[in-house]
Design a binder for this molecule. Structure first.
Ligand code: ASP
Length: 580
């Protein structure tokens, strides 16, 4: 707690040991209650808490007035001690109140009740919203996380280097914000979707270990866990393998978690992408709960049930003790959800002491039903959900249902970090060109054991790319980069990028590698998401001082606003009518 020339203590600081001291407090007026004819109780508040002050009734202070109150600390009269308040044993009496600034009535009360206030109103008056305990706590969690991460990176010999905000477009896949050049009308910079290009060139430049708490900008639709601009622990290392990168990042996030939660989470487990999909149906598994996907394909090799016969993959999940919750309507909804993700259908079974109740039970043999029950370790009262489809679809559908039905709220349970490694090098096929698309970015190293399959079976090639996941949230990604031109050429070839196109598009980035690029790799860790989870918030807007709304607007500054015609002219821009 910090005194200044205007105050001796902060509002959350006074205790019984201060009784008898003359103090000066500064802050905002919270609640005011009349106390008899002559006196009033006034709560004075700052980010550390509130103190009750007893003032003359004729002192004109109202909600949110900024005040300096001097007085003497005394014990509260018996029976009026407030044990829920850290300062609840004392009050300040014989008060002299200076109004430093009067205030108009706030549009919402500045206390916990504000949690129900419409978010737009909160964001319109964010400076008031920030006065609340929850927001003050969140900003401080954020600062502590940044501090712990910085300290961990410095301790590990990483050098903080700042990279530019006005950059060329980079091939990382996100839509970018463009900034028009006034000197060269018609030309544009992009705002960096990450410092990727520069951090790799820092490795060519011999920096060896780089980090930055970097602002990244991506023009993508906003969600609870996504803003246009976000902060990232961005890092890159030379002469390393994957484990070196994972260890360095683990150290930083575990320090951050320990700084906030008090306990250090255990060493972070690794799981391959394939196992994550197979067991949890998703590449960002939430390991706080079970309900793992259980393999059933071989239990139905000889089945007569058409929907299961010949299916590439059959799996099930067990929803423990919840069969009764699911009536016809809810089961139909689950089926619709499964279909919306691409499944042909969803089989449900309710387990009771008498056996299994399911619309498909009559198509399955006794042995098959018994096998399902035993593999899923079914107990009376359980609901079982089964999907038979292509492997990916089966995994994705059950992974979604597992999360929908089992995922705890963000603040519950332990912190479960997991590294997901060996992501596929290519994901899906470009509809226009028919070539595979890069899973991470085109500079990601293929897994050495799979390089030979790049032409014959590209979709099965794994990469040295990894994600860090916490409680089912993807915190970030990274990879070991390609530093040899021959391997880069082979990857470009699979992607359908010719030598000429590569030289034109990526020459400015790759040519410097010819001067001696060391083997290198790195990672980008989304700090907003990490802070949100550590602060127990479901939405990253709650841990950002001045976020945009879901529609990308800032109601406080009214941005974005229309371009000023003079400015547009100077930039050589004309605005066309909007086409959607
Ligand atoms: N540039 C990547 C990202 O922002 C991270 C990395 O590969 O280092 O996701």
């Amino acid at each position: 707690m910090s005194s200044t020339s205007m105050r001796t203590h902060q509002c959350g600081e006074l205790r019984a040991e201060h009784i008898g001291q003359t103090v000066a407090l500064t802050g905002w007026v919270g609640r005011r209650r009349e106390h008899g004819e002559k006196l009033a109780f006034v709560d004075v508040r700052d980010h550390t808490g509130i103190t009750q002050c007893v003032v003359d009734n004729d002192v004109d202070v109202r909600s949110e007035y900024v005040v300096r109150i001097t007085g003497v600390v005394r014990a509260r009269p018996e029976g009026t001690v407030n044990s829920t308040l850290p300062t609840g044993e004392v009050e300040v009496g014989e008060c002299h109140v200076e109004v430093l600034r009067s205030a108009v009535a706030p549009p919402f009360p500045i206390d916990a009740r504000t949690d129900d206030v419409d978010e737009n109103l909160r964001l319109k008056h964010r400076y008031l919203d920030l006065r609340r305990e929850r927001m003050q706590k969140n900003l401080r969690v954020r600062a502590a996380v940044n501090g712990a991460i910085r300290a961990a990176m410095e301790r590990q010999d990483f050098v903080e280097v700042e990279t530019p905000m006005l950059v060329p477009s980079t091939p990382e896949g996100a839509r970018e914000f463009l900034v028009p050049s006034r000197k060269e009308p018609g030309s544009f910079y992009a705002l960096p979707q990450s410092p990727q290009l520069f951090k790799q060139l820092l490795m060519v430049g011999g920096v060896d270990r780089y980090y930055q708490i970097a602002r990244c900008l991506r023009d993508e639709d906003l969600r609870a866990d996504r803003q246009y601009e976000f902060m990232q622990l961005d890092m890159e290392m030379s002469f390393v393998t994957q484990d070196d990168v994972l260890d360095a990042v683990s150290e930083a996030v575990l320090d951050a978690a320990e700084a906030i939660a008090g306990d250090r989470p255990p060493a972070i487990e690794h799981i391959t992408w394939h196992d994550a999909m197979n067991r949890f149906g998703i590449d960002k598994p939430d390991l706080r709960f079970g309900m793992e996907l259980v393999e059933l394909t071989d239990a139905f090799v000889a089945t007569e049930f058409k929907a299961f016969a010949g299916a590439e993959s059959i799996k099930g999940i067990r929803v423990p003790a919840r069969a009764d919750e699911f009536g016809r309507n809810q089961l139909d909804k689950l089926t619709d959800k499964a279909k919306s993700i691409g499944a042909k259908g969803l089989v449900w079974m309710k387990v009771s002491a008498d056996g299994i109740d399911s619309p498909v039970a009559k198509f399955l043999s006794e042995d098959e039903l018994a096998e399902v029950g035993s593999r899923l370790e079914a107990e009376p009262g359980d609901l079982l959900l089964i999907v038979a489809d292509e492997w990916m679809t089966t995994c994705e559908v059950l992974g979604t249902l597992r999360n929908d039905l089992g995922r705890p709220p963000v603040h519950e349970g332990p912190l479960k970090f997991v590294w997901v490694v060996e992501f596929p090098l290519f994901v899906g096929v470009d509809k226009e060109t028919g070539h595979p698309k890069p899973g991470h970015h085109p500079f990601t190293t293929p897994h050495p054991d799979d390089v030979d399959k790049m032409i014959s079976d590209p979709m099965s090639v794994r990469s040295i790319a990894y994600d860090l996941v916490l409680n089912g949230w993807e915190l970030g990604s990274g990879s070991i980069r390609i530093h040899e031109p021959e391997l880069q050429r082979r990857v470009f070839k699979v992607l359908g990028i010719s030598d000429e196109e590569a030289a034109r598009k990526f020459g400015f980035f790759l040519n410097p590698f010819d001067y001696g690029a060391p083997p290198h790799g790195g990672f980008g860790l989304g700090l907003d998401r990490l802070v949100a989870i550590l602060a127990g918030e479901e939405n990253i807007r709650e841990v950002i001082a001045f976020p945009k709304t879901q529609s990308g607007a800032d109601p406080m500054t009214n941005s974005p606003i229309e371009g000023d015609p003079k400015q547009l002219l100077e930039l050589g821009l004309r605005v066309l009518p909007r086409v959607d």
